[in-house]
Design a protein around this ligand. Structure first.
Ligand SMILES: [Zn+2]
Length: 181
């Protein structure tokens, strides 16, 4: 039998089958059915790749930015349900147009998986923002592009390898379609 590399990687080599959707404080969230080790790939987000200029407004809160001009999803699958947290337990590793979620530390069974939406977004407040309900002591409340993170938070995220290349080196990966949405 012949499998694509994609099926092999996204299916059997990660923790996809140990995750499930459940009600959370933010509607539906993504939860662990077992303890997840630290620093491992948990699952891969899937879905169509779209350019910023082709992105319908109604999917704006669901898609994941994976490049200066490219967005992944929605897929109707796990990646659509992972909620934002200002103190996340996951980070996204962007490789080309692929987005793989990694655990940042040991995540106990029955935990909600979260990532910081600002680690992948270059949107301005005018283009996209959400209200955060994470309730943590350092909750930023209004979540938008990475440029609104505090300097200390940016440094923390750089040290933890949470920011993709298009955010670390914006001059090398310019946004081409700004304002055309
Ligand atoms: Zn928050």
């Amino acid at each position: 039998m012949c499998y694509s590399i994609y099926e092999k990687v996204s299916g059997s080599l990660m923790y996809t089958q140990f995750l499930e959707k459940r009600p959370s404080t933010n509607g539906i969230g993504l939860f662990t059915k077992m303890e997840i080790p630290a620093n491992v790939p948990i699952f891969e987000a899937t879905g169509p790749i779209r350019l910023l200029e082709d992105l319908p407004d109604e999917v704006n809160d669901i898609v994941i930015q994976v490049g200066p001009n490219t967005f992944l999803g929605p897929a109707g699958e796990l990646g659509d349900y992972i909620n934002h947290s200002c103190n996340p337990n996951c980070r996204i590793h962007v490789v080309g147009n692929r987005a793989i979620f990694y655990s940042m530390y040991v995540i106990p069974k029955d935990s909600e998986l979260t990532y910081d939406y600002s680690t992948t977004s270059t949107d301005s407040l005018e283009e996209w923002s959400i209200q955060c309900n994470c309730g943590d002591y350092n909750c930023r409340q209004i979540i938008s592009g990475h440029q609104y993170l505090s300097d200390s938070k940016k440094q923390e995220y750089i040290k933890k390898n949470m920011l993709p290349l298009y955010i670390l080196y914006p001059n090398m990966f310019p946004r081409k379609f700004k304002g055309t949405k």
